[in-house]
Design a protein around this ligand. Structure first.
Ligand code: PNW
Length: 460
């Protein structure tokens, strides 16, 4: 058995829009995902989050289900438009009450809440009236919303994440338009990313000056990154892989850890990459108590050879491909999930080392890792040995990284239960619990029992 460090955090994760449903209940305002899912053709099967897992009504049972399996940490997100139906102005007490109840129920079951403030469901009003994250004022509205959450929940919540995956918000929301609000541009993603970093910095300053001194706790941001392995040993392919990682992750984490955007982005993007003011940088630099990482897969990266044609890539060449001059590819011998994402545990370990070295051994928390498979319920059971193998592989890679010196502090499986997988709808099942969407019933998959055992033993 390979044992993890004492106090290692084990948990599962979810996001408000993906599980809650109750899209118009108790004063909640519409979000950009409520609007986006109504547009024909955007979501597989025309699925929406109107009901989702109906977690809003099943919350107590869901928490009891976690507790029964011995889970000790749970990462969830707050729907901004439940707290502020139009994103700013008057607080909606029913929204506060729901999360109060969730937090109290978790604590009563000895489960530590990890709260994400923004997992993509921007109040629609801020999009329609103010152009969403393109408008610098929205960063101030976010800071006020964050402050309200710290105020109401900060006595019990000690782990805060400002944003989930600014890369996805920027690239998928404003670059390729696959996610809400569905815009397509090669300039807006960089502007949006810039405002997200400013918003994060403002929220962290409020937390550190007004709440941390009295209530303690920690705050960070979660970024997503796949590993990029040089396709060959050639210096140009190695440089391409490095560039791909900088455009993917360092775009967000260099400002936070080093105080500026990566040089290769500045060179290639010119005036499409905004400049930080001194005030921005004083808020952003050093603004994360831990390095939140969501990691799913790996691809090969090579110097772009346009004559050979663009390479297969499930998500738009890892960002705005023309800006990077990187061709991505896969090894057909790898195993693939139903998302088309390759299962490559060694990529996870290499990414952990890359982060460790570039940023001087920060404490890292994997806030998401998991896989979608075509699960089937047979006699009330889901036999999913491939998912168990996925977790075994990635958790061994994490353990190897720790042994080699990486300061990994926690691991959250994505996700507690099958849910609304954004543009891919309900067909993609990432859960450790199977959800029967006709009845709402949940069933622990075999992989859930494996994961619970690992968490209980603190060992793989
Ligand atoms: C993450 N990509 O999304 C999110 O945080 C979750 O809400 C989501 O369910 C999970 O991963 C699985 O998709 C991502 O295209 C969406 O690189 C897209 C990408 C990465 C992460």
């Amino acid at each position: 058995m390979k044992t993890f460090p004492t106090h290692f955090t084990w948990g599962t994760a979810t996001a408000s829009y993906q599980i809650e449903g109750a899209w118009r209940n108790d004063g909640k305002g519409p979000s950009i995902w409520d609007a986006f899912t109504q547009i024909p053709g955007k979501i597989a099967n025309g699925d929406t989050g109107e009901v989702a897992c109906d977690h809003y009504h099943r919350m107590e049972a869901d928490v009891a289900m976690m507790a029964a399996l011995g889970l000790k940490a749970y990462r969830f997100s707050i729907a901004w438009s439940r707290i502020y139906p139009t994103g700013r102005g008057e607080v909606n007490p029913a929204g506060i009450a729901f999360y109060d109840r969730l937090i109290d129920t978790l604590i009563a079951h000895d489960i530590t809440p990890w709260v994400t403030l923004y997992h993509w469901d921007l109040p629609s009003s801020l999009q329609v009236e103010l152009d969403g994250w393109l408008n610098p004022i929205v960063a101030d509205h976010f800071a006020t919303y964050a402050q309200t959450c710290f105020q109401h929940f900060g006595d019990r919540v000690k782990h805060w994440i400002t944003f989930n995956e600014p890369w996805v918000i920027s690239i998928m929301g404003y670059g390729n338009g696959e996610f809400a609000p569905g815009r397509v541009s090669n300039r807006e993603p960089y502007q949006v990313a810039h405002q997200l970093l400013r918003a994060h910095g403002k929220a962290v300053q409020i937390f550190r000056t007004q709440f941390q001194p009295e209530h303690g706790g920690q705050i960070g941001i979660t970024n997503n990154c796949d590993w990029r392995e040089p396709k060959t040993d050639s210096p140009s392919d190695k440089a391409a892989a490095q560039r791909a990682l900088e455009f993917f992750l360092a775009w967000f984490t260099d400002p936070i850890y080093l105080g500026h955007y990566p040089a290769c982005m500045r060179e290639r993007l010119g005036d499409r990459l905004p400049e930080f003011t001194d005030e921005d940088i004083s808020l952003i630099k050093g603004s994360s108590d831990f390095f939140g990482l969501n990691h799913y897969t790996t691809m090969f990266a090579a110097e772009s050879r346009p004559d050979e044609g663009a390479k297969d890539n499930p998500y738009g060449n890892g960002g705005i491909s023309e800006d990077q001059d990187v061709d991505l590819s896969i090894d057909p011998d790898w195993t693939f999930t139903t998302m088309g994402w390759a299962v490559v545990p060694w990529g996870c370990q290499k990414l952990l080392h890359w982060i460790d070295e570039r940023y001087g051994r920060p404490p890292i928390v994997i806030t998401e890792n998991g896989c979608a498979l075509a699960d089937q319920l047979v006699d009330g059971r889901v036999h999913d040995p491939e998912r168990t193998e996925f977790y075994r592989g990635y958790l061994n890679a994490c353990h190897d990284a720790i042994t080699a010196g990486v300061d990994l502090r926690g691991y959250f499986a994505w996700t507690l239960m099958d849910n609304f997988e954004w543009a891919r709808g309900y067909v993609q099942r990432f859960g450790l619990h199977y959800v029967d969407f006709a009845t709402g019933e949940r069933y622990a998959k075999d992989s859930m029992h494996y994961f619970a055992e690992v968490a209980k033993n603190n060992a793989v």
